[in-house]
Design a protein around this ligand. Sequence first.
Ligand code: ATP
Length: 234
Amino acid sequence: MLLEIEGLNSHYGRIHALKSASLTVREGELVALVGANGAGKTTLLRTLSGVHPASSGRITFDGCDITRMKASRRVAEGVVQVPEGRQLFGPQSVEDNLRLGAYRRGSGKPDDDIDRLYEMFPVLKVKRDQPAGTLSGGQQQIVALGRALMAKPRLLLLDEPSMGLAPLLVAEIFDAVQRLKREGTTILLVEQNAHAALAIADRGYVIETGEIVLSDSGAALLSNERVRQAYLGL
Ligand code: ATP
């Protein structure tokens, strides 16, 4: 097991945003966490990456208890998040944005990694010298994914990569996420777009008002009556 979250609680003042959540991710798996707006998906990711403190519970990453570890150390350990809303440096070129991803890593050969990224996502190579801010939303999301990959994640956390994108671009992003998985990246994908996320996930969890209420294989959740009614509009 690469990641094991057990009985995790998280608060914003008196708001109990995450209620005894438990979730696991194995090496090489693509796991989706789906739920409505405000269900607590982002809170789970923020608590996992260390930017928001856990009230109680335990997070174990590769056998180490990281529950109280500083966010920056978790990144160094390989827990890397692509934030919601991408947060690129708009005036900087695509390639500069990608290189910034290697900054925390400190070692290795960024040039080789950039070449590999250009192979995986040719659009990045085409646009390498353009200011990132001039790219379309979908292309910017791919830059954000690429930047996170430059940090050599052992666990990649994706927060709503399809947010604000037109349907065609959503398909492109989920295709990119699948490609990452095929290349061996372990991924925890947080999405409101339950259908697209569960369709590519090995396993999924459903979160409602801070509580994980269902977990199963992606395929089983897609055909689950409760999921179909509440999240797929079927
Ligand atoms: P979204 O898809 O909108 O990001 P979400 O499932 O990620 O939704 P969270 O953002 O984790 O949900 O929010 C969970 C709960 O915590 C909500 O009730 C929200 O109002 C509350 N919350 C989130 N951030 C804060 C904050 N900074 N201060 C107070 N309450 C917050």
